[in-house]
Design a protein around this ligand. Structure first.
Ligand SMILES: [Cu+2]
Length: 197
């Protein structure tokens, strides 16, 4: 909306009113006839109407601009940190929180005919953790035992050769050690770390 139009009509109205009153005060014969009166009335009515119209349009335009800039500001502004943090945190928590009692099953195997596991790193979620252990060597017996973060032994699977077994324990978050308790297999390096989150 062009604001100058509003001022043009407004100023014209004021000047016309001043000119008309000057004419009316000076001249006895003014207005000269009915047609002139009607024309003057129409002229003023048009000017007043136009001025009012543009005043309204300008006001509406300004309001729109205010609304737009407010909306823009709201969009640009980072959403209230409280809301964002709460939203994302609760979302993450729902997915990442260790639901107590959720079972994890891990695979572990002995390297054939060696005093060695196939991995030194296992990880699982807090709750019931089961280690499925496979020992393919018929001539070498192995088992899998768990030691807690404090170094206390938690439990051992059966000792197997050429077959599988499993060890299942309810574990809290922490770092555990899994190892083979047969002979001096652990000392030979048959151990690893189980990380529970
Ligand atoms: Cu062993």
């Amino acid at each position: 909306m062009d604001e100058t139009l509003f001022y043009v009509f407004g100023i014209s109205l004021v000047l016309s009113a001043l000119g008309l009153s000057a004419l009316g005060l000076r001249s006895e014969s003014f207005p000269p006839n009915r047609t002139a009166v009607a024309a003057l009335i129409a002229y003023f009515a048009a000017l007043v109407g136009a001025t009012a119209t543009f005043a309204v349009l300008n006001a509406r335009d300004a309001q729109h601009k205010r609304n737009a800039s407010q909306a823009e500001a709201a969009a640009t502004q980072p959403a209230p940190s409280g809301t964002t943090t709460t939203g994302s945190t609760s979302g993450t928590t729902t997915t990442a929180a260790p639901p107590t009692g959720k079972a994890t099953t891990l695979k572990l195997a002995a390297v054939p005919n060696a005093i060695k596991y196939d991995t030194a790193q296992l990880s699982g979620k807090a709750g019931q953790v089961t280690i499925d252990f496979d020992n393919p060597s018929a001539a070498l017996s192995h088992d899998v035992c768990l030691e807690g973060p404090s170094g206390a032994e938690i439990g051992c699977s059966a000792t197997v050769s050429g077959s599988s077994t499993s060890l299942s324990e309810n574990l809290k978050p922490g770092k555990y050690t899994f190892f083979c308790s047969v002979d001096s297999h652990r000392q030979a390096g048959m151990e690893g770390t189980l990380t529970v989150k």
